[in-house]
Design a protein around this ligand. Sequence first.
Ligand code: FAD
Length: 380
Amino acid sequence: MNFELTKEQQMIKEMVREFAEKEIAPNAAKWDEEAYFSVGIFKKMGELGLLGIPFPEEYGGAGGDTISYAVAVEEIGRACGGTGLSYAAAVSLGASPIYYFGTEEQKQKWLVPMARGEALGAFGLTEPNAGSDAGGTRTRAVLDGDEYIINGEKCWITNAGHARQVIVTAVTGKDERGKNIISAIIVPTDTPGFTIRCNYDKMGVRASNTCELVLENVRVPKENVLGDPAKGFKQFLYTLDGGRISIAALAVGIAQAAFEKALQYAKERTQFGQSISKFQAIQFKLADMAMEIELARNMVYKAAWLKDQGKPFTKEASFAKLFASEAGFRICNQAIQIHGGYGYMKEYGVERHLRDIKLMEIGEGTSEIQRLVIARQLGC
Ligand SMILES: Cc1cc2nc3c(=O)[nH]c(=O)nc-3n(C[C@H](O)[C@H](O)[C@H](O)COP(=O)(O)OP(=O)(O)OC[C@H]3O[C@@H](n4cnc5c(N)ncnc54)[C@H](O)[C@@H]3O)c2cc1C
């Protein structure tokens, strides 16, 4: 694999960095403080084509690859973890399943507006009693004539409060072995009986929108089932594999921001008559941080490259997500350490990175689940 970005990928990196530094970074502290999801910034990202990077032009996308998309997530995450999470969820969870599994009609109706940045989507898998064990979903969808009637509850669904539709997983029957069949169903958010509450008070990624969903006798036409109704479980496993690349990229972006602040501060701060960057203890921290970021970024690129080549990438996506989130957490923690007491103060903006990056060890499969996925790939 060639570890250098192509000209096109490099251009996307520079374009997104410039945009994120100008439009997102200056607002990140405020959005975090106020737990504010900026509709305006998503509008601008849509105009720049960022919401359609990995989708073909015929579906309103930019025809880019997964590496370009990962690069964009990293750059947005470097400016604001919460905005990065909402961006990654919009593309990987809201739009991608429709691109991978949707019928042509579904793609035209639901994917095209998302890829063009005219609408947002969300993916509702997690329930109060079905998190890591997402196959244990209790939401039910019963066919009644030409419609599904859906009842159930979902929690912590990113972007649902601003989404045009949510892809909801639900049990639709039993297979011949008596196991639940899970289907993914596209549910427009304005459907009667669909209640969306976005009142969570989160530790981090506060600029992202996170909601609880309640579905009470929600009726949708049966053609809203995403692709093959018997394959909902497989669909969400594949969707999560792809999503993990973006969460890993987001962790790299947040860690990069914390590292840059720590490096600059270490050069500026004087103690015992010299810059603290002259102390070997601080140098070693910075050296480890730089190395782990580089390694994590390469893992993201490799997983993305495998996906683009149509090769298996489940293990590599979990490698990247697990390593980038855990290394990222260490990096953000050390960035505070290098700042000393100032790092503990909101004003310096490093504590936000630690709060933001913690989610990367939880969302789209916890670290424990990543280790299970990897072990399974090893044949355990
Ligand atoms: C801010 C935020 C945004 C989110 N966005 C979305 C979204 O858009 N869509 C969506 O569907 N979900 C979303 N989630 C949910 C997220 O994916 C889940 O929180 C995550 O999958 C873990 O599920 P859980 O919280 O129920 O934890 P649990 O599954 O209850 O796990 C609790 C602990 O037990 C461990 N554990 C569980 N099972 C095992 C096992 N077999 N072996 C070892 N350890 C185990 C876990 O690793 C964890 O440490 C979001 C969550 C947050 C916080």
